[in-house]
Write a protein that binds this ligand. Structure first.
Ligand SMILES: [Zn+2]
Length: 352
């Protein structure tokens, strides 16, 4: 089969299209013919350096797989998706047997494996995946839309509903509103009856953030000498909330907006964080958190059942992912370059 294979760590040239052996599904696995695959920032991060324990070269990236079941490994029962069925894949699988799984800490399983990270992913014509983590594509959704769902929608669902415990009527701040995960956050927050304030850069993308459901959007001021004018975000949020601040904030941008996000919280507000787009170390004044009874929450991993809950919410509210662009598989390097350059709105998808 044809695959985009990573054989070293570095820049774009460590990915090359190669003809490699077809994967063979292990017991309990499916063989899926990939029809569409979503791009994620992790594809770029792991191009530069190994992040997840168990990552190895050569590697096939691609976390968000949608396709057709074309083969069965041994030991599958009638509950497994049939040959010919359309599936999307929860990329994370856990063992259910280790001490952490038995203790209920399934998201931190010692044997945790992720399609496209610690096992081969969807930047290929075929991929083997655990049958228990393949789900029917929602009715009326095509492969491209299905491939736009898994990572950003489960990340958003977990951050907002499980870690953040969003309640109806609350006001939520969502940073980086053009990212796939942010659009999912906006959709879930609106579906849950929240008021949404987004932050984004640029007038055109601000307008699109309103289109996807933001009640208010703060166009982050970019001063080319000093970078983000981060104080502007907190003061804008305070103004938009009548001096109160937001009940909940979800940030995946990291250090660039971390302190401004804390300062945007109401008294006893919560901030969930789940990303490192601008780095891994943040600075803020400790009293800004404890003096106001605010809570910082690391989003952490998700339980497999949350993926089922997420898909049910997508179906119930008829949510549709926003697609920035779709390219043929052979143009995957160009799609990765677009993601690296930034400035997109919604998901970048390749189609086989
Ligand atoms: Zn385990």
């Amino acid at each position: 089969m044809l695959a985009l294979v990573q054989r070293a760590f570095g820049g774009p040239d460590v990915f090359t299209f190669d003809d490699v052996a077809d994967p063979v599904p292990a017991p309990g696995e499916l063989l899926v013919q990939v029809r569409a695959c979503g791009l994620n920032r992790l594809d770029l991060l792991q191009r530069a350096a190994p992040l997840a324990r168990g990552f190895s070269l050569p590697h096939i990236a691609g976390l968000d797989v949608a396709g057709v079941v074309v083969g069965h490994g041994a030991g599958l029962d009638d509950a497994a998706p049939a040959i010919g069925s359309r599936v999307l894949v929860d990329p994370v699988s856990t063992c259910g047997r280790c001490d952490r799984c038995i203790a209920g800490h399934t998201p931190y399983c010692e044997q945790l494996r992720t399609v496209g990270s610690t096992r081969p992913g969807g930047f290929a014509e075929l991929v083997a995946v655990p049958a228990a983590h393949a789900y029917p594509i929602p009715v009326g959704m095509n492969y491209v839309e299905a491939a736009a769902l898994p990572v950003p929608y489960i990340t958003a669902w977990h951050a907002l509903m499980v870690a953040g415990k969003l309640r109806p009527g609350e006001t939520v701040l969502i940073n980086g509103a053009g990212a796939g995960v942010s659009i999912a956050l906006i959709q879930f927050a609106k579906a849950a009856g929240a008021t949404v304030i987004g932050t984004i850069r640029g007038a055109a993308r601000t307008a699109r953030a309103v289109q996807v459901g933001c009640d208010h959007v703060i166009d982050c001021v970019t001063d080319h000498v000093t970078g983000h004018d981060v104080d502007d975000i907190a003061s804008s949020v305070v103004r938009l909330t009548g001096g109160r601040g937001v009940d909940l904030a979800v940030d995946h941008v990291g250090p660039a907006l971390f302190e401004a996000t804390i300062n945007s919280l109401a008294i006893c507000g919560r901030m969930v964080f789940c990303g490192t787009t601008t780095g891994v170390r943040a600075e803020f004044d400790l009293p800004a958190v404890y003096h106001w009874g605010r809570t910082l929450i690391g989003a952490g991993g998700y339980h497999p059942y949350e993926f089922v809950d997420m898909l049910a919410a997508v179906a119930k509210h008829d949510l549709r992912p926003v697609i920035d662009s779709v390219r043929p598989f052979r143009e995957l390097p160009q799609a990765l370059a677009r993601m690296e350059a930034g400035g997109f709105f919604g998901r970048l998808i390749v189609e086989m």
